[in-house]
Write a protein that binds this ligand. Structure first.
Ligand code: ATP
Ligand code: MG
Length: 581
């Protein structure tokens, strides 16, 4: 039952449709079960002496009317129940996506994209099939079997008992094969996930693949993965291939038994010819439940295997939550304090004893060698990862007390690796907010020094970027991301090396503008270039996991330490660059 935990609320919400649909199936089945009875009557009429041909018209018309009603009601229940299965599909997909959005960066670092995509496609399909056809077949089987047995018993009890002798074999076969199908379908879905993961990775890394002439090895990996998928599918087909004929075999054995003993009963006049034919029709009706049970077992095992796979995601608890948040905190003015912060992703310590404070309105710069932990520090302040308790305070409130909504409204970070959606430039800057006017878009893109380039595109702000449109340069992407951040003009703005692909002069221009318009707001700038951050109120130099030096540009130069060393080297480099221009 735990497997169905996520589906039951959706089923409950839609119960009127489901119940009505199931009732209609029952009606159809009952109508269908009366047809052999009518045939029985007709055959018995035929066997009488001196019957008029016209005596058969009435049963014929009845069968015709029944057939029409059955067709119509079938249409209705299909509409209700299959339609409903799509509603379940949608709701489950929604729940899945909502849950994914709650999960932390930590989870996505480990999770495989292929798996996550497979859950929302192939696995969800299997669940939908179970909730639609599975439910229909289940009710159908029950009504049909009970109905058929009832009518058969009505005709002759002894014959019925003889006919059902092979039936217990059915359940044994179902149990044995059901387990196998479950296991093999799990393998099929795993192979599919791995295959789609490979495709995704190979396509998103196509540039590297081509640049390093890895086409052949990629193709090999892909065909290996595709072959795994084929193998696991064939294994499943093999199981199902044995299972299905077995079910038929059992029904056919029953038919043989009925022919021998039923025929004898007709000869001995214990039952009429009409009754014998009707009995045979009812037994024939068992062929359908036998096929259907095969399907049902298949659908059930596939559906539950997939649901279990999806449940593994639903069971992942979000790490970054509002559990300790005080909902009265609705704003962060911009005071950021880090106290004695020590952090590592695993046992290895990345940052050690980091302490500093930025007051609202100040600009802080963080410099340090690549890999020294600058982005890590920022990720902790923005709660991409959870910092240790008692180490980060915003407006003197511990970070965990601040609702995530408030945190993300008031602290905006422009990350090192920019992500843009395949949307228009305007859509990317405003993140799809239609209330942002063109004037505002122009203003922020001017400040981010990207306005002129946008104007040069054929469709200006309406130019589509990404998959379906133009490709932007690294520097253009970075400046669009800056424009995006400037649009919200948050109380705390963090630029994580967000201008690394922009030339020194443009970076300086942007930062100077930025400092001017953000006079009373907090800005944290991480940069490789010291020349760009020298005007900051305070500069932190991280080295060997901790803050090695701190102060203003002038103060740091007098220390004659790492900062001065870095600065001088960069000065020489910049001079060389300028000379070569
Ligand atoms: P850069 O200037 O190149 O951007 P950085 O100072 O921002 O470097 P970080 O990205 O903070 O450096 O990385 C600091 C260290 O933490 C690196 O050694 C990196 O390998 C490690 N690291 C970063 N992210 C993770 C993670 N999710 N899990 C484990 N280790 C990580
Ligand atoms: Mg970094």
């Amino acid at each position: 039952m735990k497997t169905f935990e996520k589906v039951t609320p959706i089923l409950k919400r839609n119960w009127p449709k489901i119940i009505l649909g199931l009732l209609l199936i029952i009606v159809v089945d009952l109508l269908q079960l009366t047809i052999p009875k009518i045939i029985q009557g007709s055959v018995d009429i035929m066997q009488m002496d001196n019957v008029a041909h016209s005596a058969l018209f009435k049963p014929a018309i009845t069968i015709f009317l029944l057939a029409v009603s059955i067709a119509f009601i079938r249409f209705l229940w299909r509409l209700l129940l299959i339609g409903n299965a799509w509603v379940i599909d949608r709701d489950l997909r929604q729940m899945y996506y909502e849950h994914l959005l709650l999960l932390s960066q930590n989870y996505f670092n480990k999770a495989k994209t292929g798996d996550l995509m497979a859950y929302a496609t192939n696995d969800l399909n299997a669940v939908r099939m179970l909730m639609g056809f599975g439910l229909i077949i289940l009710i159908d089987i029950i009504i049909f079997s009970i109905g058929a047995i009832f009518f058969m018993t009505n005709i002759n009890l002894r014959l019925t008992l003889l006919a059902v002798i092979p039936m217990p074999l059915l359940s044994i076969i179902i149990i044995i094969f059901g387990k196998k199908i479950h296991k093999h379908f799990g393998n099929v879905q795993k192979a599919f996930a791995s295959l789609s993961g490979k495709v995704q990775e190979s396509i998103s890394g196509i540039r590297v693949v081509k640049a390093f002439v890895q086409e052949e090895s990629e193709l090999d990996k892909m065909s290996e993965s595709a072959y795994d998928y084929v193998k696991s599918n064939i294994a499943l087909v093999r199981i199902f291939g044995i299972f299905h004929p077995f079910l038929f075999l059992i029904i056919t054995i029953s038919m043989g038994i009925v022919l021998v003993f039923g025929g004898e009963a007709v000869i001995l006049n214990e039952i009429s010819m009409g009754e014998f034919i009707a009995f045979f029709s009812y037994l024939g009706m068992f062929v359908w439940p036998a096929i259907a049970i095969g399907w049902l077992v298949n659908l059930y095992q596939r559906g539950t295997a997939s649901l279990k796979r999806m449940n593994t995601i639903f069971e992942v608890q979000p790490e970054i939550t509002d559990a300790d948040a005080d909902e009265n905190i609705t704003q962060i003015k911009g005071d950021v304090e880090v106290k004695n912060l020590t952090f590592g992703y695993n046992e290895t310590v990345i940052l050690k004893n980091i302490s500093f404070r930025v007051k609202a309105g100040e600009t802080l710069a963080v410099v340090g060698r690549t890999g020294c932990g600058k982005s890590t520090l920022i990720d902790l302040i923005t709660r991409v990862y959870n910092p240790p308790e008692g180490s980060i305070f915003l407006d003197e409130n511990e970070i965990f007390r601040i609702p995530l909504q408030t945190l993300h409204n008031d602290i905006v970070m422009v990350p090192q690796d920019i992500f843009l959606f395949s949307d228009t430039i305007a859509g990317n800057i405003s993140l799809g907010n239609p209330d942002v006017t063109t004037e505002v878009l122009e203003e922020v893109s001017r400040r981010a020094q990207v306005h002129e380039e946008i104007q040069e595109f054929e469709n200006g702000f309406e130019t589509v970027i990404g998959e379906r449109g133009v490709t932007l340069s690294g520097g253009q992407k970075q400046r669009l991301a800056i424009a995006r951040a400037l649009l919200t003009n948050p109380n705390v703005l963090i630029l994580d090396d967000a201008l690394s692909a922009v030339d020194t002069k443009t970076e300086k221009n942007i930062l100077e503008h930025l400092v001017k318009i953000r006079k009373d707001k907090t800005t944290i700038i991480i940069s490789h270039r010291i020349s760009s951050v020298q005007h900051a109120d305070k500069i932190l130099v991280i080295d060997d996991k901790t803050i090695a030096e701190t102060g203003t540009h002038e103060e740091l130069l007098t220390l004659n330490g790492i900062y001065r060393d870095l600065y001088e080297k960069q000065q020489i480099k910049e001079k060389l660059e300028r000379n070569s221009e």
